[in-house]
Write a protein that binds this ligand. Sequence first.
Ligand code: GLN
Length: 470
Amino acid sequence: MDIARMVKEGSLDPVEFIQKVLIEVEQIDKDYNYMNELCKEQAIAQAREIQKQVNDKTAKGKLLGVPVSVKDCICVKGVQSRAGSAILNGYHPVFDATVIANLKKEGAIIIGKTAQDEFGFGGFSINVGKGFKVPKNPVDPQRATGGSSGGAAGLTKRLSLPHLAVSESTGGSIVNPASFCGAAGLCPTYGLVSRYGLIDYANSLDKIGPITKTIEESAFALDIMRGFDPKDSTSLDIKLDLSPRKDGVKGMKIGVLTDSFSEDVEPEVQKAITQAIELLKSKGATVEQIALPKTAEFGVAAYYILAMAEASTNLAKLSGMRYGSTTPLDIQFNDYFARTRSRFFGEEAKRRIMLGTFARMAGFRDAYYMRAATVRKSIIDEFKAMFKKVDVIVSPAMPIRAPKIDDIEKLSPAQHYLMDILTVGPNLAGLPHASVPIRSTDNLPVGFMAVADHFNEKTIIAVCKEVEAR
Ligand code: GLN
């Protein structure tokens, strides 16, 4: 990044620069609610340290002085990290998540924690925890940012200065808000970025990835964020080349998901996608229509059963004993546990704990959890078979553009879940996917999503680069 070069050369003062960034972030936050926590003192202390290294001529790092915001569910040492939940009020991790350590090693400066749906439970960032504010869309504040990483995407779009947002996706939380806010989001292959230090939503689905203004910046950031980590048993030890593809999309076989043009997809979104596909053709890609019938029919149901089952076990540790909020220990433990959780969890978290616990209870486990796991396997097979025929699958990230916050409140939980129809597939299969803003007829952003086979991030990046609106 240019910032890193300028800081190293001494033409940009990292302390002054970070102060400028913090002022702008604070100003934006007043109107848009993107930050759950701002860590000004730590950020300035980090910048001073960098300044010292510059003076000593020992400064190095690909992200020297680059401001980084972190989704609230990723632990940053000494900075309150709550995953957007009141039950974690007061929790200050004593360690950095591996991804944060990797970024700091390259000189990145952490500026704070971004707003999200409580524990990632949502697609609009309106399911915020008790006492948290709903973030607003950077293009039209009456509308939602998408979710669950609403603060990350909103801040990325709104901030005029360069910055990187560290985000996380379980079922679409990187590409969904990127699409609604007009940012680029890249969700890597499962296991590429360490999950150590992530306040998990659903371990078999969670991936950490970047949100930035352009796909190129996301690719650059991912290269620094990833890497084998012995502290995460699902972390992958592989080499991966993320350098730009020489021929762009020339000769690439692109499968356009027929569901992109179903009646549930807003006409404006269809138009924008059609234009982007024409652009890809003109650059030498071959395009065919494809369908993933199993994913389309069973993806949402399988995803929500598995995600909620895992979430309900993950949240069991938040009992008021070890982390965050507590209440006086003046009653029997079971009552204490229930009282603390009733008081501090939000409505959607409670709903998911109940549904998830039900899905894995003795007597129901085979009918729900095990069946969903089998369906997941067949969805993975469906994608794998498709990637024998095409290099990349494209569609909108979301069937609609950012809706008005008031309108979302009228939807039922099931209607909320159905909005994830296009994003749950690649997430269930652990496939890399990205969304970039493309040209549309008015100001409201449309996100174009590309999905590739495992470890083919490079293909996605090439496609996204071609269609991205500049
Ligand atoms: N909207 C999905 C859900 O509510 C995905 C959220 C996420 O990826 N964290 O589960």
